[in-house]
Design a protein around this ligand. Sequence first.
Ligand code: GAP
Length: 517
Amino acid sequence: MANDDLFKKLISHTKEYGFIFPSSEIYDGLSAVYDYGQYGVELKNNIKKFWWDSMVLLHENIVGIDSAIFMHPRIWEASGHVGAFNDPLIDNKDSKKRYRVDVLIEDHIQKLEDKITKEVEKAAKRFGESFNEEMYKTTNPRVLEIQGEVDKVRTRLVDALKADNLEELKQIILDTELVCPISGTRNWTDVRQFNLMFDTKLGSVTDEANTIYLRPETAQGIFVNFLNVQKSGRMKIPFGIAQIGKAFRNEIVARQFIFRMREFEQMEMQFFIAPGTEMEWFKHWKELRMKWHKSLGLGDKKHRFHDHEKLAHYANAATDIEFEFPFGFKEVEGIHSRTDFDLGSHQKFSGKKITYFDPEKNESYVPYVIETSIGVDRMVLCVLSNAFTEEKITKEDGSVDERVVLKIPAALAPVKLAIFPLVKKDGLSEKAREIHNALRFEFNCQYEEKDTIGRRYRRQDAIGTPFCITIDHTTLEDDTVTLRYRDTMEQERIPVSKLREILSDKVSIRTLLQKLG
Ligand code: GAP
């Protein structure tokens, strides 16, 4: 199945089964804003718990905070967001549609690259087994011509973005003869910078001075609390502060479902270190964070690093951890060496001394920072897109059935165990309820007695429940149940007394944490 189709199916599946709904749907929705349903919120909470525990429980020198979304507006001047958190935009005068210039040009480059792929595929068919793709790409005049154009446009784009050269960005649009996808015309405005922060007013007075921003990252709430945490917790460098919370960006091109949203959630950790040790700690956190992703078992080849060539104004090294989504490898987490930019800048803007006295060095300094920053919603998308599986099953009588199953890592699954009485009579429901009551304090369990067992299995497969148990007449005799595994659909008979052990072994966040331990 083409990845596009798979992605569309995933989006409708998450809606149909209570994971993710478009926001304000009965009012026709709100672009790039989503709500999490009954299973989505459980999955999201499990991801957040895994991240939080891996930071705060596994590191003696990392503590958490929960800072407010509203902050003093000067914070965003100090952080550089007021001046530089911009996207270059262009409007088409006929369609009145607004575009991010870099995205328009990237899309054009993608189209050229698709042309190369088509040329190569055609040639591969023509030449059959003797086809040498590498040689074809480096010698075929048509492919070389398109590749030359790709390289030229990409270099111009990177240079123009680096230099904030808005005239050159417009010139690229004109030279490549880009048309508006809606109106089909080249009637473009000039390129302008557009700040991505949402603003609002504090209190009842509506003058400029009361403008505050919805935070575009949670990190600044950590920086401005550096002294509070360090002093109240008597923290010694190196130490980290972790935070999970909402962030807001007025994204111009918001697409690909929950990949790019206007309201989203981040899990960020700022690790404060001595100046000069940042490359060592950068490497350390790169490795640790990759290990965290890999521990989920989403596939050996699904992650890769992408080191930044163009560094943000605050960084002296940066890398992304990318995941292979249905639409290609894309960033899920950023790891940045932020130097002393943030603390230094807050020191300057607030006029308050923000330094740390290092007893080992016997000197005071503004600490350097390594940041790990991951989007909760992007992690949800990693897990769901990887989990979504359509399977054909040959039944005992030879007929073929189909099932959709979410193969979510058991420790992250919204529901851990489904409990089914085989029939609603003969005391089976009561026995099933008894088991449910014993386990529900520790595990998210679901009791279901409607429909055939087969239908109940399908419903649980569709929400990713790793285990189902069936209570039948034998249960009443020997206190055993049938345990059914989601992924293999295998079944085994086990004593009720073993259930807790099996579950806690397989579905608790602890099993993931131990892999990092
Ligand atoms: N404090 C650093 C920072 O915010 P970033 O690369 O802009 O860095 C970090 O964002 C992470 O937040 C990204 O890797 C991504 O997972 C998530 N993220 C950023 N913008 C997002 C958006 N519009 N929608 C969903 N997630 C987003």
